[in-house]
Unconditional design. Structure first.
Length: 90
C-alpha cells in the first residue's frame, strides 16, 4: 500500500512517498530512491505511542509517535487509512 507520510523530529519535518508493509510485530516503511537502494524503516508496533485518527481539512489522517519522531500518514489512494486503522488500532 503506497501513501505520503510526514516525519517530524524536533524542529524539522520531511515528506516522503512510502510503501507500507505490516508483519506480525512491525510496520515497514520503504522509500524508493530510484536506482539506489531503497531506504527501509522498521517500526516496532509495540513502541508506537499516541495513535490519533482524525480528519485534516476533510481528509482522513493517521498519526502517532515512534521514539522521538511523529509520523503522519495521509490518504493517498483507496483504503490507505482503513489499512492503517485495521493494523494499528486492533
Amino acid at each position: 500500500m503506497n501513501t505520503y507520510v510526514k516525519v517530524q523530529h524536533d524542529e524539522t519535518q520531511e515528506h516522503f512517498h512510502v510503501s507500507l508493509h505490516f508483519s506480525e510485530d512491525q510496520l515497514k516503511l520503504v522509500r524508493s530512491r530510484g536506482f539506489k537502494r531503497p531506504i527501509i524503516q522498521n517500526l516496532q508496533l509495540a513502541e508506537i505511542k499516541h495513535l490519533l485518527i482524525n480528519d485534516l481539512l476533510g481528509c482522513p489522517v493517521v498519526s502517532f509517535f515512534y521514539r522521538d519522531r511523529r509520523y503522519t500518514f495521509y490518504q493517498f489512494g483507496p483504503a490507505v487509512i482503513e489499512y492503517l486503522k485495521e493494523h494499528l488500532a486492533a
